[in-house]
Design a protein around this ligand. Structure first.
Ligand code: C5P
Length: 323
């Protein structure tokens, strides 16, 4: 933790920002810039981090809550970089852009839930308010896309189709509410390592008998139709994640977690993004609680949580301008 000088009573802005799941994650062969072209269906869920920013003589960052010790409290934190990117874009001098950033984490770190991207998105919204920068949500998403592939979606929230690296977003026509049980893994997975494993698995498959011509990733029309119906029983069997085999090869124990969720009646069971969180779609809120209790009893994960979606994107909860 880093201490910083803030004046008592200085204005503070608090933003709440959701975790994301990928209802579909289709991945294409790696591009020249090292990223993979994606088509993904993002879905924001009600597992929120909270971020407060207030003016300070120099920038600092403190993290409390879930996995706080695993999060860097320095310039390497994406939330810090978000403040610097917004200050540059608004042409604020270094003297005028010192802030204290306080992150209260509930989204586990390196879990496939885009928690780091969420905190960066929260800082963009908070600083836009604190500095009265007046940037539009589209402009904030543009800056967010330069910070990380999942940052624009953390700003948008809801359910949306992501293309490109994931940063090119279109809102999805989705009805209803979806209730989830989330099983957190014993330790995090590096997104870059999961993509590198996916590359290796793909290269091995290309040499085997099941080799197929390289195809670009495509949106599942069946999933989009099911989402429009608002029926979780239709959505559940259509959840898909191309990164799942890579996550399972790095964490074979997740097979047990997924199997346990299915055994307990989940409508769909999937690794979230690059993992290791497993997400289980339930019939309703009570069913999500039953699945969460059963997963805990089976001892197939570190911890469980319940969440529902779609949740809103990063939003101010406490504009506090008492000077
Ligand atoms: O964009 P972000 O910083 O979140 O990505 C983290 C890492 O995940 C990248 O460095 C890259 O290795 C991998 N990645 C990828 N293709 C994407 C998104 C992320 O290969 N579309």
């Amino acid at each position: 933790m880093v201490s910083s000088a803030t004046s008592p009573g200085s204005p503070a802005v608090t933003v709440r920002v959701p975790a994301k799941l990928n209802l579909q994650l289709a991945v294409g062969p790696v591009r020249g810039d090292g990223y993979h072209p994606l088509v993904t269906v993002f879905h924001a869920v009600s597992l929120f981090d909270e971020v407060t920013v207030r003016p300070a003589s120099r920038t600092s960052i403190t993290i409390t809550g879930e996995d706080a010790a695993a999060v860097p409290a320095d310039k390497t934190n994406l939330a810090w970089q978000a403040a610097a990117a917004l200050a540059r874009s608004a042409r604020r001098t270094q003297r005028d852009s010192g802030i204290r950033i306080e992150i209260r984490k509930r989204i586990p770190v390196a879990a496939g839930l885009a928690g780091g991207s969420a905190d960066a998105a929260a800082v963009l919204v908070a600083c836009n308010e604190l500095w009265q920068t007046g940037l539009s949500s589209g402009e904030l998403r543009q800056i967010g896309g330069g910070l990380g592939s999942d940052v624009p979606f953390a700003l948008l929230g809801g359910t949306a189709v992501g293309r490109g690296r994931g940063e090119d977003l279109t809102r999805a026509l989705a009805a209803g509410n979806y209730h989830w049980a989330l099983a957190f893994g014993q330790s995090g997975l590096s997104t870059a390592q999961v993509y590198a494993t996916w590359d290796r698995l793909r290269a091995a498959r290309a040499q085997g008998p099941e080799a197929s011509p390289a195809a670009g990733p495509e949106l599942s029309p069946e999933l989009m139709t099911a989402l429009r119906s608002g029926d979780p029983a239709a959505v559940g069997p259509l959840l898909s994640n191309d990164l799942q085999p890579a996550a399972l090869s790095l964490r074979p124990e997740l097979r047990r977690t997924l199997a346990a969720g299915s055994e307990f009646g989940a409508l769909g069971a999937i690794v979230s993004g690059s993992g290791p969180t497993c997400a289980f779609l339930a019939k309703d809120a009570a069913h999500a609680r039953d699945i969460a209790v059963a997963l805990t009893g089976a001892g197939v994960c570190r911890a469980v949580a319940r969440a529902s979606g779609p949740a809103p994107g990063a939003a101010i909860v406490k504009p506090d301008r008492r000077a």
